[in-house]
Design a protein around this ligand. Structure first.
Ligand SMILES: [Zn+2]
Ligand SMILES: [Zn+2]
Length: 412
């Protein structure tokens, strides 16, 4: 194949329109109905066989003669966040969270670029059907941000739906836009993104008048002790060489300054890069929570596990192949390796479910001028996160396309 992929001007313009539309119309996790319909429409008209999966997810398969089977996943959900980019295609959309609250919605993680690039690669593949053979599967996954979408697709029979003949893909790819330089790709060999666990802890005390604490068990003070003590687990119990992060980011208690509440509530998020450290941190966390309650003479707290992200592991050999293949397309100097991220992703569930290797890379979305400006660079989930259209989208399209084509090459 050519050293450089030609994206026709008409396709490029079409993808820009598609991206701006998606950006202006984000939808919250698990309710990406319009997004699903738009993707199904586009992929069906390209000739892909489309099947809904896992609620608002979609599997789009194209069988083009006998040959290798490969899969590519794009996540599709937005976030509850008010957009502050000032773009003329900025979102003013609103959505409803599962608890009923009405919230602004933004594609602040860039999943709109993922959809656009996947559709771009899918279009290029259809344009040169006689140049390759095999089966390509595009997985449009809902609800990545809430960690339930990949599992929902698996529970709904993803691989059976994707593969009527039952032959699993030899590899599953995915990519994510991030605050790197637009036009570049970065990848992490081996353990690439952290496993994560989130718990909700309800601390039970005994409420009463603020003037008579002696008649109460104050869950606010107790929660404060728990949070402080929790923050010494990583520094005092985990080896300096091991990676672990604990964050307590929500605390709720009380309605009035002179009423000691009966309960308090906090959430805690734990991230690691291996199972032993995870077991150790979670064990310490539970021990501290229970022991602090006991120290205050309080009832046992209620611990609810909210969700778990798996470790994302990039197959080492296939990652080396990705560096070579994408490097040949966009220039070796534009492809780098980066250390593991403590961010999390549910992509790992998809290849793990069929014992297939996975490779997941990042592509940059910020112009060099912004990175050089000394100004704060908006990260994913920022209300200011605004990838530039080019060369961001073309790079994502080219990376996805060349990786799939490399595997789908006609062997005869
Ligand atoms: Zn995100
Ligand atoms: Zn994301």
């Amino acid at each position: 194949m050519n050293a450089s992929v030609e994206i026709p001007d008409s396709l490029r313009a079409d993808l820009h329109d598609l991206y701006r539309h998606l950006h202006a119309h984000p939808e919250l996790s698990s309710v990406e109905h319009d997004t699903h319909a738009l993707i199904a429409d586009r992929m069906t008209s390209l000739g892909y066989h489309c099947t809904p999966c896992g609620g608002t997810g979609l599997v789009a398969t194209l069988v083009n003669d006998e040959g290798p089977v490969v899969a590519f996943r794009a996540d599709i959900d937005g976030l509850p966040l008010p957009e502050d980019t000032g773009l003329d295609y900025a979102s003013v959309a609103r959505g409803t969270l599962p608890d009923g609250s009405d919230v602004p919605v933004m594609h602040a993680c860039g999943h709109d670029t993922h959809i656009t690039c996947a559709i771009g690669a899918a279009t290029l593949l259809v344009a040169d059907l006689d140049a390759w053979a095999g089966t390509v599967i595009f997985i449009f996954q809902p609800a990545e941000e809430t960690a339930v979408g990949a599992q929902a697709m698996l529970d709904d029979g993803l691989w059976a739906k994707a593969l009527p003949q039952g032959r699993p893909p030899e590899v599953v790819y995915s990519q994510h836009v991030w605050p790197g330089r637009a036009g570049t790709v970065d990848v992490t060999p081996g353990a690439a993104m952290a496993m994560a666990d989130s718990w909700k802890v309800t601390v039970h005390g005994r409420g009463g008048h603020g003037s008579r604490p002696e008649g109460t068990i104050d869950p606010v003070v107790l929660t404060a002790y728990m949070i402080v003590r929790i923050q010494s687990i990583v520094s005092r119990e985990i080896a300096a060489q091991s990676a672990a992060v604990i964050t307590v980011a929500t605390v709720k208690a009380g309605l009035k300054e002179n009423i000691i509440p009966a309960t308090a509530e906090f959430t805690v998020n734990v991230r690691n890069l291996d199972d032993d450290v995870r077991d150790s941190v979670l064990g310490s966390l539970r021990r501290v929570i229970l022991a602090e309650a006991q120290a205050s003479g309080a009832p046992e707290p209620t611990i609810e596990e909210l969700y778990t992200f798996p470790l994302l592991v990039n197959d080492e050999d296939l990652t080396a192949e990705a560096i070579e293949v994408i490097g040949a397309e966009i220039g070796a100097a534009s492809v780098g390796t980066v250390p593991p991220s403590m961010g999390s992703e549910d992509f790992g569930h998809l290849p793990q479910a069929i014992n297939a290797p996975g490779v997941y890379w990042f592509f940059g979305g910020h112009p060099q001028e912004l990175l050089d400006s000394g100004e704060p660079v908006p990260f994913n989930h920022s209300p200011f996160f605004a990838p530039v259209l080019e060369p961001t989208l073309s790079t994502g399209v080219r990376a996805a396309y060349v990786m799939l084509r490399h595997r789908l090459r006609r062997s005869a």
